[in-house]
Ligand binder design. Structure first.
Ligand code: FMN
Length: 203
């Protein structure tokens, strides 16, 4: 397993195995694997079971569709995402269907669905790289996303490349992939009595 996290406390291996590569092998993802990832997303929890998400999918095998979606990413993301097996643009619905009121946790719920998708990919031996760097107005126009919905992020899915074998213009991507996995310590993010003060639990 390339680039695993080194957690301070024991966690399920899948969490440590997931990471966001820049280097991908230029090959597709099997249709059934893609369906499995999307199915995992479908089963995420959501407020009032609204499931305020949708996913627009472009497979590498369909070069025209793939390039159309690649064009919706910011340039810096296009540079590495051109090699991935599938691209996904995520969409949220920010209104509750049952009463027409604003759903203030739609983004949260999309995040849960995305986490399911990404971890299912990891379980299948793939990796995903999520992106905020999306040209949202272009995505809206390209896919005719209605005003009721918002294009939100993108997710690249594929087979991670081997940094040891990367040469030429891939060397820089390989270098990024070799970098350390870092996280804030628990003491910095877990509070009890007062915001900003580490909880005794983690001291
Ligand atoms: C919502 C979201 C947006 C992100 N946007 C980008 C992006 O536009 N470009 C990029 O290269 N990485 C992007 N990332 C990847 C993060 O940089 C990466 O998850 C973070 O550095 C932690 O690394 P890890 O996923 O390997 O643990 C994004 C991740 C998330 C969850």
């Amino acid at each position: 397993m390339r680039n695993p996290a080194h957690p301070d406390h024991e966690i399920e291996p899948i969490f440590a195995q997931r990471w966001s590569p820049y280097l991908f092998e230029p090959r597709g993802v099997e249709d059934e694997q893609l369906r499995q990832c999307l199915e995992a997303a479908r089963w995420a929890a959501s407020s009032y079971n609204e499931q305020p998400w949708a996913f627009i999918v472009a497979r590498r095998e369909d070069a025209e569709a793939f390039n159309t979606m690649l064009d919706c990413l910011v340039e810096a993301n296009q540079a590495w995402a051109k090699n991935v097996g599938a691209l996904i643009i995520t969409v949220i619905y920010k209104t509750f269907t049952k009463n027409g009121k604003p759903n203030r946790v739609a983004e949260h719920d999309l995040g849960l669905a995305a986490a399911n998708l990404v971890l299912q990919a990891t379980a299948l031996g793939l990796q995903a790289h999520q992106m905020a760097g999306v040209n949202l107005s272009k995505a809206r126009q390209t896919y005719q996303i209605p005003e009721t919905h918002e294009p939100f992020t993108a997710i690249a899915l594929g087979h991670p490349g081997n940094p040891a074998r990367a040469g030429g213009d891939e060397a820089e991507l390989a270098e990024r992939d070799r970098g350390p996995r870092t996280r804030k310590p628990l003491q910095q993010i877990i509070y009890a009595d007062r915001f900003g003060q580490a909880a005794p639990l983690v001291q």
